[in-house]
Design a protein around this ligand. Sequence first.
Ligand code: NDP
Length: 249
Amino acid sequence: MSLTLEGKTCLVTGGSRGIGRAIALKLADFGADVVITYSRSADAAEEVKAEIEKKGRKSKALQADAVSLARAEEVVNEIVEDWGKLDVIVNNAGITKDNLILRMTEEQWDDVITTNLKSIFNYSKAAAKPMMRNRGGSIINISSVVGISGNAGQSNYAASKAGIIGFTKSYAKELSSRNIRANVVAPGYILTDMTGELDEKVLEGIKAETPLGRAGEANEVADAVVFLASDMSSYITGEVIRVDGGMAM
Ligand code: NDP
């Protein structure tokens, strides 16, 4: 059997830039129709949609703040009404608001937990019934190695990313009997706008701590997601796949 996503309908939250963009394009490369959501980058999102359509696949770019359950339900309902079903959700939307615990504000804590963790509850919950009706589905949640190892200055981010792992395993246990799989991809240091804000010294340190000795590319995260989206991973659920050059082993 070769890896194909033909006939599958996928949703990627935060698909306008970075890792989400790479995931959306690669899902389309393997034959999927792909909806992306975004928060503010309408032009970038429209470009991703156009690129997917150029590959001969259907696409939609929907503005949807991932923190809203009501909007998540609207997005999922629109996909099911227009395209008949939803096979795969990649919960990718995420932010950082770094600070040391002593200086961290309540707002920094709440924003990161809500955007990174509640969003995953929102879309996973919204998708559960349509996926049950469809007799299966695959949920792929993007965590981080920081959720496994912790990181000074990122307690809010680490808590959100560790929470994703606990949520995903619980979801997998609840919904496996309905043939709905749920897995986590935990990237290490990947070159995107998010990491572009780190200074040169910090970046060199991260590279030194990575056994493969380099930063990762968004495409390399997308490869793991494609596998988990496909039927090639049909007996894998509740798993955490690190894509981190060995950083957190
Ligand atoms: P970017 O900042 O490059 O992109 C973030 C994406 O998320 C954008 O598409 C953005 O949309 C979207 N987004 C942010 N907030 C919301 C929201 N409230 N509602 C909807 N969409 C939103 O980040 P990365 O690509 O680097 O990160 C993607 C995921 O991977 C995140 O979950 C991140 O935590 C995780 N990750 C990244 C690592 C890295 O090294 N880069 C390492 C480990 C994990 P818009 O363009 O509209 O702002």
